[in-house]
Design a protein around this ligand. Structure first.
Ligand code: AVJ
Length: 329
């Protein structure tokens, strides 16, 4: 009963992910060079992110796990059994089992663009839950996803942990919340209130700037490697020659919009080619690679409601660093 998976990523004739090439070339032509953060997560990037979750400075994973460990009674009461859990992302080997054990779901559907990572995680989870039907789907969940027919009659619980929503600017976050709602509503449009889609979403909280900056610039340099990996990916997949050793990792706090920004800073003037197109960077010029927005109780409620979701309950960890919110459609 091995998880099979369905491939839905569009590729150019040369095998390159079409959206990746478009996003990179457009992003590198701008005044401020920038790449959408989701491209950090190829198989190597997903592995490096797992490594980040183990560095002492990166608290979000531990804080969210603490909430998941301590609130299983609440999850059972408020979510109940028999739902298909649709996880937006591959699923962590720690957080996903905690949720699945608490609620006795009818099926589990992880959605991710990193196919190898997705299938490996699904296989590992199947080992822990031998009787749970698992249907991995290789897809870009920024768009509405068609779920496997096997789960169309089941009410859904969306699971979006990790504060991944914080990677998006507000307009995209609202779009994503709405397309999640559409994905989870499919087949359930005419059933009653009891089976309306629910969403369990992690959102990291605004806090002391030094704590935040350290979490995104760990002393061991794992986050720096994670950031530079996207440059290596551009070289590999777009036949590029970026001198990666001339790019320094930087984590900045942007107070105007309450977010950590990751940049790759050119330590000298450089020139390179990507997919046959020429680019230059002056010393000190940056490629903006990720935003990680931080939330307050109000800003998280406002964002969820803008996306068509009503908050039902909110939990925080013992140090008030991270929040997990249950919402319903
Ligand atoms: C997985 C997107 C939630 O923003 O905290 C960690 C990614 N980037 N360190 C985050 C990340 C640098 C992480 N998310």
């Amino acid at each position: 009963n091995k998880a099979q998976g369905i491939a839905l990523v569009e590729r150019d004739a040369d095998g390159v992910d079409r959206a990746f090439r478009k996003d990179v070339l457009e992003g590198m032509r701008g005044e401020q060079k920038a790449i959408p953060a989701r491209w950090l997560y190829d198989d190597a990037g997903s592995q490096l992110f797992e490594d980040i979750t183990e560095v002492p400075e990166y608290y979000p994973t531990r804080s969210e796990t603490e909430i998941l460990e301590s609130q299983s009674r609440d999850f059972a009461d408020l979510i109940g059994s028999g739902r298909a859990v649709v996880e937006f992302g591959s699923g962590s080997s720690v957080k996903t089992p905690l949720l699945l054990s608490a609620i006795e779901p009818a099926a589990y559907v992880p959605l991710d663009i990193a196919g190898d990572f997705l299938r490996a995680a699904a296989d590992q989870l199947q080992g822990k839950f031998p009787n749970l039907p698992i249907y991995p789907v290789e897809a870009d969940f920024m768009r509405r996803v068609e779920l496997p027919a096997e789960v169309s009659d089941m009410p859904k619980l969306g699971f979006f942990p990790g504060s991944t929503i914080g990677n998006m600017i507000a307009s995209s976050a609202v779009d994503l919340l709405r397309s999640m709602r559409a994905t989870l509503l499919e087949g359930q449009e005419h059933s009653g209130d009891r089976t309306a889609p629910m969403l369990l979403i992690g959102m990291d909280l605004v806090k002391d700037v030094e704590v935040l900056k350290a979490a995104y610039d760990d002393a061991a340099g794992v986050t720096a490697e994670f950031n530079r990996n996207v440059a290596r990916r551009m070289n590999r997949e777009l036949d590029g020659d970026i001198p990666v050793d001339a790019l320094r990792h930087e984590a900045r706090w942007n107070d105007e919009v309450a977010r950590i920004e990751m940049h790759l800073v050119a330590t000298r003037e450089i020139a390179f080619t990507l997919s046959g197109e020429r680019f230059t960077m002056l010393e000190g010029e940056t490629i903006h690679t990720e935003n990680s927005h931080k939330f307050t109780e109000r800003s998280s409620n406002l964002l969820l409601m803008s996306g068509g979701w009503s908050p039902v309950k909110r939990w925080t960890d013992s140090e008030d660093r991270f929040s997990l919110i249950l919402a319903r459609s």
